[in-house]
Design a protein around this ligand. Structure first.
Ligand code: C5P
Length: 221
């Protein structure tokens, strides 16, 4: 049997961006590279867990020992997570899920006209909040990528979505997205910890250690 601080644990991780189609050739997306989620998948495997990675489009290779499910839209990601979550002990929402999608997806390419236009958007479902509500016994780790007020947002996000832990990070042109290093501010029920600027792989290992501490001592040797 696997050894490590997550031995015997089943982990589901979302990673990467989502793509919300306007028509067959256009979509709305974001700058997420998927690196934090993929680093977490590798770190969880190294800690002895079985890992399912539900991934939006990225250029990254599947880490060894990880089962990857590829998705495009937020709705696809939601459905893929719900299909595998029953077996899980830990859910990590590292994906940058679109908050809105086009209200309609045209079957054919939308033609341009002379004047300006506008786009009707509708809210997507919050995957991690749904997981936390439907499976309150799961350990849930979410992220709070913010350009301002990061620490306060991380604390309030954890309470609002009823998550076990939130890792906040500052995003913007000089931060996080597409880079291999980052700094995190981690909050849980009754504690907080800053993780100094480091590679996403090193941060993933530190997050795994924090999660294992919070999960308690019944996980493996
Ligand atoms: O509310 P916000 O998008 O800032 O929350 C970020 C956290 O929520 C991340 O963990 C992200 O993966 C998750 N999330 C989600 N489904 C959404 C939106 C965000 O799982 N539709």
């Amino acid at each position: 049997p696997a050894s490590g601080v997550l031995a015997g644990r089943q982990v589901v991780i979302t990673a990467g961006p989502t793509r919300e189609a306007l028509d067959p050739v256009r979509f709305i997306t974001n700058h997420s590279s998927g690196r934090m989620g993929y680093a977490l998948a590798a770190a969880c495997v190294a800690a002895g867990a079985r890992v399912t990675l539900v991934s939006g489009p990225t250029t990254l290779e599947v880490p060894a020992g990880v089962e990857r499910i590829d998705v495009q839209s937020a709705a696809d990601m939601h459905a893929a997570v719900m299909a595998v979550i029953d077996a899980a002990d830990i859910f990590i929402g590292a994906a940058a899920v679109a908050d809105y999608r086009p209200a309609t997806t045209a079957a054919d390419k939308i033609k341009k006209a002379e004047g300006d236009t506008s786009l009707a958007l509708t809210r997507t479902r919050d995957i991690i909040a749904d997981v936390a509500r439907e499976h309150p016994q799961l350990f849930t780790l979410g992220f709070a990528a913010e350009t301002t007020n990061m620490e306060a947002s991380a604390r309030s996000k954890r309470e609002r979505k009823k998550l076990s832990m939130v890792a906040g990070n500052v995003v913007g042109p000089e931060h996080a997205f597409g880079r291999d290093d980052n700094a995190l501010f981690v909050v849980w029920d009754g504690g907080e910890q800053e993780l100094a600027q480091a590679s996403k792989q090193a941060l993933a290992e530190q997050l795994v250690a924090l999660m294992a501490q919070r999960l308690g001592g019944d996980a493996g040797p």
